[in-house]
Design a protein around this ligand. Structure first.
Ligand code: AMP
Length: 157
């Protein structure tokens, strides 16, 4: 393991302990060491990728499938009323460990928390034409990558 390996790579390699709740050849789920709620779980790919756009399709599919199947299991295990499921995707979004991880955070009626809308800063005032431009930019970029059968991340790797 390289010196700059993340703490999650070390957990995946069995070098440091974690409370593992689910494991396959590709992914690992374990309890967050500083839980925001009982049952707060992290799901990671065992191989290190920093952001979700870096994930190979098959790993992304298995990661999401695990989140989908584990989430109701976690809710039941801790008698949660709901869950917030999220990814801090890059340091500006608050990602502290640069290894993709999905947070499954159990939520309870009256737990005092907020919705996912609470995570961003000041809301921008965007006109209809600005919204149209943004949508067109995203759509045309997506069309280019679809036509090329690739993605910016795939080309960069
Ligand atoms: P993020 O800010 O999205 O990168 O979240 C990183 C998460 O990893 C935080 O919720 C930490 O509490 C959690 N964490 C850090 N170290 C460990 C560890 N050794 N075992 C389990 N969770 C950890």
């Amino acid at each position: 393991m390289s010196e700059d390996s993340t703490i999650f790579e070390q957990i995946a390699a069995g070098e440091i302990p974690a409370r593992i709740v689910h494991e396959t050849e590709t992914i690992l789920a374990f309890l967050d060491a500083n839980p925001l709620a009982p049952g707060h779980t992290l799901i990671i790919p065992k191989e290190a990728y920093t952001k979700i756009g870096d994930l190979p399709d098959d790993v992304a599919a298995e990661l999401w499938a695990s989140a989908q199947s584990l989430t109701p299991t976690i809710e039941t295990a801790v008698s949660a009323d709901a869950t917030t499921v999220g990814i801090n995707n890059g340091s500006a979004a608050g990602q502290e460990v640069p290894h993709v991880h999905i947070h499954i955070i159990p939520r309870f009626d009256d737990d005092g928390g907020g919705p996912i809308h609470a995570v961003a800063g000041t809301r921008p005032e965007l006109s209809d034409s600005e919204l149209d431009d943004i949508a067109a930019n995203i759509e045309s970029a997506d069309n280019i990558w679809t036509a090329l059968g690739s993605s910016p991340e795939a080309l960069a790797s």
